[in-house]
Write a protein that binds this ligand. Structure first.
Ligand code: CAA
Length: 260
């Protein structure tokens, strides 16, 4: 599919969705959010993709937020719709039945931090900057920042970032537990692809079920969540990949997973 503000490339079972709107540092306008939805749908329908990487085009920005020019002309009802559009798009990313890794290569502000938070985990280049500066614009985060960030790092640190609107470095984001790894800018994509390849080499059904159970169990109490895990664990034994993975171990060879 041809897009204006994103690209989707597939290479060795790894999809890369790049947000590419250089004139606005990859800011998310309505058109770009709708394209991301179409891109995610296309990836969902491509069985050969086992892991998705989301990044930003260029060296300066991952995503510099929701589009301020577009938002500046919205009334309340339009802003409500825009927030819902952002939420729907980020939920598509979060619910994709394969791992999604954010490779944050520069400014990830407002909607940029929020889209990264919708991914399974975040790798960041040393020059990445995170923040939720919406209160400096007279509003507050509208694409999940008030909800996903506290669930990841707790309420106190999230409130500090949201109330101050301050920008933090990749290293600070790492120390807070927002980012899993900080990488030299020139190596960010290579290192992210390496981990994506490692995941893609594992049993796709097991990885998919693990994502469903971690996310699905997160807001349950421990008893219910462990029960969900048991049922999904049992389910995994009905698959080709479970038989192949364990047989390959016992035969001392590499497994040939088929994702079924
Ligand atoms: N929306 C629209 N355009 C944006 C943008 C955004 N979020 N961020 C940057 N741009 C545009 C700038 O207006 C500028 O355009 P022109 O060249 O036409 O003037 C271009 O991108 C380059 O930006 P700067 O000249 O500002 O670049 P800089 O290096 O001086 O600063 C920056 C970089 C610190 C990222 C700065 O651009 C900035 O602060 N951007 C806004 C960040 C922000 O507040 N994001 C949150 C948005 S609100 C939100 O996301 C709401 C939500 O939760 C739903």
């Amino acid at each position: 599919m041809e897009f204006k503000n994103i690209t989707v490339v597939v290479e060795n079972a790894i999809g890369t969705l790049t947000i590419n709107r250089p004139k606005a540092l990859n800011a998310l306008n309505t058109e770009t959010l709708k394209e991301i939805q179409l891109g995610i749908q296309e990836i969902k329908e491509t069985a050969g993709i086992r892991v998705l990487i989301i990044t930003g085009a260029g060296e300066k920005a991952f995503v510099a937020g929701a589009d301020i020019q577009e938002m500046s002309e919205m009334n309340s009802i339009e802003a409500l719709g825009f927030s819902k559009l952002g939420h729907f798009t980020l939920k598509m990313i979060q619910d994709l039945d394969r791992p999604v890794v954010a490779a944050v290569n520069g400014f990830a502000l407002g909607g940029g931090t929020e889209i990264a938070l919708a991914c399974d985990f975040i790798y960041a280049s040393e020059n990445a900057r995170f923040g939720l500066p919406e209160t400096t614009l007279g509003v507050f985060p509208g694409f999940g920042g008030t909800q996903r960030l506290p669930r990841l790092i707790g309420k106190g640190k999230s409130k500090e970032l949201i109330y101050t609107g301050k920008m933090i470095t990749a290293q600070e984001a790492f120390q807070m537990g927002i980012v899993n790894r900080v990488i030299a800018p020139a190596s960010l994509m290579e290192e992210t692809k390496k981990v994506a390849a490692q995941i893609a080499g594992n049993g796709p059904v097991g990885v998919k079920l693990a994502k469903m159970v971690v996310d699905g169990g997160f807001n349950m109490d421990l008893v219910e969540a462990c029960s969900l895990e048991s049922y999904a664990f049992g389910l995994s034994f009905s698959t080709h990949d479970q038989k192949e993975g364990m047989k390959a171990f016992l035969e001392k060879r590499k497994p040939n997973y088929q994702g079924r």
